[in-house]
Design a protein around this ligand. Structure first.
Ligand SMILES: Nc1ncnc2c1ncn2[C@@H]1O[C@H](COP(=O)(O)OP(=O)(O)O)[C@@H](O)[C@H]1O
Ligand SMILES: [Mg+2]
Ligand SMILES: [Zn+2]
Length: 430
């Protein structure tokens, strides 16, 4: 892709309304645009990041054996009345009426709809266990939509639901999803803590949250610096020592990016949803539900990874891994050489290459590449090209390497390959 074809629009003044760094950088980098409170357009760069996150999630959910489905966002009130949530969910639920005065809600979550789906479809113990997931837009009339994508009124969620024959089989599904979550967040390049949490409006017997530790987080977690024990502050109470290793506990703010619930029969019981066991008796499903805040992840990643110049995307999330910067100049031969090199790189890494071919000063190109956070910058300047050299800059470490142009694509290929191999080993080591 070329910046002259793309609406590559960045802003260098600070947006007044943005209180947290991720919101500021998403606006300034041209990733999102505000439509109204808690409602955002995803611009081309933002949409690419969203698709990258979704791809990682799909890969891990599929390999955990879950099946992708798609349910309607619009849900009939009757389903919510059966579980008593039509009354209990409160003002967060966007309610509306159709032309025949029938009541509906815009789905904030899908336990009722998916339980109804399973009820008609999964009738035999032989079909269980099974897990469904979808990646879809959710609606919540939040009291305080804020911090940009962090707390929206419309946002993208991955939600999954498991159906099992027994409590113990339900617990296995729950563990499989926890495991998939660790893989997803590692692949996305995020450092997270899983904490014990409250079950809230969703209900059920146990639940864990996946937290990105960051100063601007709205949640507080209590964690042990010497082992993996961690808890949501509400559950931890006044505890000062780690229950598993006695070390002194610490507190920090965090952003909830994922949440898993063991639901037991919270939904299958009122909805009378179940299957025939081997003896031909009716039994209720043991369910679990599992959410990831897909659009919130853009914000959480930036909160965890940025500097004074802009975003520093983890490789797996960047809209493009490479930004090629032909700097232009007076010598037409060298300009032609820069163009040829840029094309060579684009041929080899097509999906991952953005070429900044604008007629702009080098300083402008550098500033925009830093702001937008592309992991690797390939700088094609006259002085280096005259000696058959080009420079690469690692956005995260700031490291620069001067390479001979004949080795350039090989070096980039190695860099991208090494980085994803590193993630694979991290996942295997867990
Ligand atoms: N208003 C919102 N805007 C963006 N993401 C949200 C919002 N509400 C929830 N999420 C994301 O969806 C995930 C699953 O939602 P859930 O646990 O039901 O939400 P909550 O904890 O806010 O009740 C959360 O972990 C969070 O990452
Ligand atoms: Mg939650
Ligand atoms: Zn400990």
């Amino acid at each position: 892709m070329r910046t002259t074809r793309l609406p590559y629009v960045t802003f260098h003044e600070e947006p007044a309304e943005a209180e947290v760094v991720s919101h500021r950088l998403l606006l300034r980098g041209g990733y999102v645009k505000k439509v109204a409170g808690g409602l955002y357009d995803f611009l081309p760069l933002g949409t690419r990041v969203l698709r990258k996150i979704e791809a990682v999630i799909r890969r891990e959910m599929d390999s955990a054996g879950a099946f992708e489905i798609l349910m309607p966002a619009l849900q009939p009130a009757e389903l919510w009345q059966v579980t008593d949530r039509w009354d209990k969910y409160g003002k967060e639920l966007f309610r509306l009426q159709d032309r025949h005065d029938r009541s509906f809600a815009l789905g904030p979550t899908h336990e009722e709809v998916v339980t109804d789906l399973a009820k008609g479809l999964i009738r035999s113990y032989r079909q269980l266990p099974v897990t469904f997931y979808q990646i879809q837009t959710k609606f919540r009339d939040e009291m305080r939509p804020r911090f940009g994508l962090m707390r929206g009124r419309e946002f993208v969620m991955k939600d999954a639901y498991s159906f099992a024959r027994s409590t113990s089989e339900g617990a296995e599904c729950y563990r499989a999803m926890q495991d998939a979550y660790f893989r997803i967040f590692s692949r996305l390049g995020l450092s997270i803590r899983m904490v014990e949490a409250d079950t809230g409006m969703i209900g059920g017997s146990s639940s864990h949250e996946f937290m990105v530790l960051a100063p601007s987080g709205e949640d507080t977690v209590v964690f042990c610096p010497s082992c993996s024990w961690a808890s949501n502050v509400e559950l931890a109470g006044d505890a000062t020592h780690c229950p598993s290793c006695q070390a002194l506990l610490e507190r920090t703010t965090a952003i909830e990016v994922g949440h898993v619930f063991d639901l037991g029969q919270r939904y299958s019981l009122p909805m009378e949803a179940g299957f025939l066991d081997p003896d031909g008796r009716e039994s209720l499903y043991h369910m679990g539900c599992y959410g990831i805040g897909v659009s919130r992840l853009l914000a959480a990643a930036i909160e965890q990874s940025h500097d004074e110049n802009g975003i520093i995307w983890p490789l797996a999330m960047a809209p493009w891994s490479l930004c090629v910067l032909p700097l232009g100049g007076k010598d037409p031969d060298l300009s032609a050489k820069a163009d040829r090199l840029a094309e060579l790189i684009e041929d080899r890494f097509s999906e991952e290459t953005l070429i900044d071919d604008r007629e702009a000063r080098p300083g402008v190109k550098f500033a925009d590449a830093d702001l937008c956070g592309f992991p690797l910058q390939v700088i094609l300047g006259e002085r280096n090209l005259r000696e058959d050299k080009a420079e690469v800059k690692n956005r995260k470490t700031g490291e620069r390497h001067l390479l001979s142009v004949s080795h350039l694509t090989e070096w980039i290929g190695d860099f991208l390959g090494r980085s994803s191999a590193l993630v694979d080993t991290m996942i295997l080591d867990r």
